[in-house]
Design a protein around this ligand. Structure first.
Ligand code: GRF
Length: 192
């Protein structure tokens, strides 16, 4: 599920769908966005024209229940076992999350528990930490706080700008997210 640019979603699609090898048991069944004109939608359609893409509006909180009901229909229809959040910018309800324990995975652009929430790369940069990174974790009802599956450190050099740091963090994301997903699915239980 993605809401925006979609670089992580595209990376996963390129690895597990377009370039899928016999050695991986991971199948991507569908891409879901809550934003009708999100760049991720066009990118997925171009890269993987046969991959089902669904747009379910979820902007304000009042749309969440309908979004989650439709999402559950898609999960049932495609027999989806894992929900992968890749820049999905909305918070799922406690009720929804509790139905899928250790089945919803998210990537966050900081070394959690530091710099939770939005603009994590900017917050780390402005704070002046020397190391930040990327965290892949299970989603629980508490935002950016579920059990950690995998982390990667990104060093902030004195010459880094916010832009160069963002680029480094995204490279780390693209490197570790596929591996962390494989790790989680192969273990099928929290790695702690
Ligand atoms: C990534 O930095 C991810 O960690 C965060 O949202 C951003 C999404 O970027 N959750 P993209 O849409 O995958 O390019």
């Amino acid at each position: 599920m993605a809401s925006g640019n979609g670089s992580n979603a595209l990376n996963l699609i390129n690895i597990f769908y377009v370039g899928k090898t016999g050695s991986s048991s991971i199948n991507i069944s569908a891409v879901i966005s809550n934003v009708g004109d999100a760049p991720v939608i066009d990118k997925v359609k171009k890269t993987a024209p046969n991959l089902p893409v669904f747009t379910i509006p979820f902007g304000s909180l009042s749309e969440r229940q309908v979004f989650e009901n439709k999402l559950e229909n898609i999960i049932d229809k495609y027999k989806i076992k894992y929900i992968i959040l890749a820049g999905f910018m909305k918070i799922l309800s406690k009720e929804f999350v509790s139905k899928f324990p250790f089945k919803i995975i998210n990537i966050h652009p900081s070394l959690l528990p530091a710099f939770k929430g939005r603009d994590a790369i900017k917050s780390a940069f402005e704070y002046g930490v020397k190391y930040t990174g990327v965290t892949v974790h299970y989603v629980t009802h508490e935002v950016d706080a579920g059990p950690i599956i995998y982390q990667e450190i990104v060093k902030i050099e004195d010459y880094d700008t916010l832009e160069s740091l963002e680029a480094k963090v995204h490279i780390a994301e693209h490197k570790i997210y596929p591996a962390a997903i494989e790790l989680a699915m192969n273990a099928d239980k929290p790695q702690r």
